[in-house]
Design a protein around this ligand. Structure first.
Ligand SMILES: [Zn+2]
Ligand SMILES: [Zn+2]
Length: 211
């Protein structure tokens, strides 16, 4: 399994290229900015992208979707409850005082329990709202497994809950019920900051110990 993290934009957002070593198929998660750099990395790795997926639709996670769709000719999917944020794309740009590309078209939706295929790899979809209305995490089994969590969980922190669709209680419950129940050695790939593990966050994350 190939997981390539690229930190992009002034928001220092993590875009992820996940690839299957056997088939060279790949999916791009959360391309927030710098479409050209992401596409160049895909090419350097010798991968073929089948789709673009967003954990959620804050602009720092979808700013390069439109450009990459055009460059690669691939569809874009996310959870239906995030559509409201995609429709508010220009408002989000104004709110954050930054212009990211153009509003991406949505080509399909992803539901909890769906399986995302990346070549021979499969990710199980977990619905974890609380930071946003339809936030998703993607769990790849393995030894160790990996989970892409967007802004749901960070090393030593959790996502902010003061934006549209945010709710602290819901977020913490979803992290505890859906992320912390994964094997402790599962590698957690967050939307910002370094990689961590389920076990580390379970034992040291102050938000999860406090609430
Ligand atoms: Zn976010
Ligand atoms: Zn973010």
């Amino acid at each position: 399994m190939i997981i390539r993290q690229l930190e992009v934009s002034p928001f220092m957002e993590n875009a992820y290229i996940v690839g299957c070593e056997e088939t060279k198929q790949a999916v791009i998660f959360d391309p927030g900015d710098e479409a050209g750099r992401i596409a160049a990395e895909v090419q350097r790795l010798g991968l073929t992208v089948s789709e673009i997926i967003a954990t959620h639709a804050h602009i720092d996670h979808i700013g390069a979707v439109h450009a990459l769709k055009e460059m690669l000719g691939v569809p874009f999917r996310l959870h239906k409850n995030e559509e409201i944020l995609v429709k508010a794309y220009d408002q989000q740009c104004r709110m954050f005082g930054i212009q990211f590309g153009a509003e991406p078209g949505i080509d399909g939706y992803i539901e909890e329990g769906d399986e995302i295929a990346v070549g021979n790899l499969k990710a199980k979809v977990l619905l974890t709202p609380g930071h946003s209305p339809g936030g998703l995490c993607f769990h790849f089994q393995g030894s160790p497994g990996s989970v892409i969590v967007g802004d749901t969980l960070f090393m030593g922190s959790i996502g902010r809950t003061d934006l549209i669709g945010g709710d602290m209680k819901t977020l913490i419950a979803n992290i505890k019920n859906k992320i912390l129940t994964l094997p402790e050695d599962t590698q957690v790939y967050s939307g910002h900051g370094p990689m961590t593990t389920v076990g580390r966050e379970m034992k040291t994350n102050p938000f999860l110990l406090m609430y």
